[in-house]
Design a protein around this ligand. Sequence first.
Ligand code: GAF
Length: 381
Amino acid sequence: MIQQTREKFITLFGKEPLMVISPGRINLIGEHTDYNNGFVLPAAIDKKIVYAVALNNTQQCNAHAVFTNETVSFDLGQVQPTPGWINYLMGVVYQLQQGGHPVTGFDCVVAGDIPVGAGLSSSAAVEGGLVAALDSIFGYNLSRMDMALLGQRAEHTFPGVKCGIMDQFANLHGKKDQVIRLDCRSLEYEYFPFNFPAYKIVLCNSMVHHSLASSEYNVRRQQCEEGVAAISALHPEVASLRDATPAMLEEVRVQLSQIVYNRCKYVIEEIQRVQDATHLLKKGDLQQFGQLMYATHEGLSRLYEVSCPELDFLVSLAKERPEVAGARVMGGGFGGCTINLVKQDQVDDFISFIRSRYQEQYGKEPEVYVTTIQDGVSVID
Ligand code: GAF
């Protein structure tokens, strides 16, 4: 794909580009905890966006997307939210300009194999890849964390999703065969090996793309803030759900709607689960770790309400199979993928089981990806 993207660029723009590989991500556990200042456990994967980029000595950007086979151009003096995939690129350019990092015209080709709307963070990969490419071309010297924060601001201001930092962070900080425990409050992080040769990470794509995903995501965020406001009135030291305990939540229960209470309960429990899960992973106890993944799914489905019947069905199928250590919906939810830890020698059986039962139930084939953990964004000079 890298070579094809480079050749496409040369055919379209007639010069040699800089190449960037920008991966999607998985998250083992810790969902909807990042914007509550909690912990997450993500890793970059082998699915990726590939960029070919070079300057064009104008004030215009021309971007060709291989997936839609279209070229879109915009003027650097008129960068504003625009429908379609170009919005993600414009968001990055806008945030660079806002941060005082000069951008002049460039041409680029964007290709990739991250399924869109599958919860694998194709948007963070598009953002992170472009920030890294422009950083290298213009020599801004941004740190990886600065790039991640810039990508997050781009996502807030252009697509308008008030996301946490996990996706952009994992895209830029991934390391082959390592998972990363990120403290989303201090932004301190720790790598440790995901060393389970007997298991594979299998992603089952429900093929459901919920059109309300971004608006509902922002609603979840507001509901968490509502919970924090009530708790902090009694406990001023509580600045986010990360600081709250189950007992504090019970104290304000009568003031909260059932929905807000449920959202906060899930988040407080999930932040604790990531801590417990990290210890289990370090101890090599994948069986207990898997049980926590099932508990996360339960919370995401019943309390946080970001699952859907198709995802619940995929997780219930996984539960029937002894070769699966754990499974759950991954990412923002409302569709997309489940993540499953499956015994390597039974992966093929598991996949045919899932395919046939899902097809039988919903009349459509789920896509299944056996994924590996890879490095974060890399720039190839
Ligand atoms: C999406 C967001 F972009 C992340 O920040 C995170 O909140 C995730 O949903 C849920 O854990 O991927």
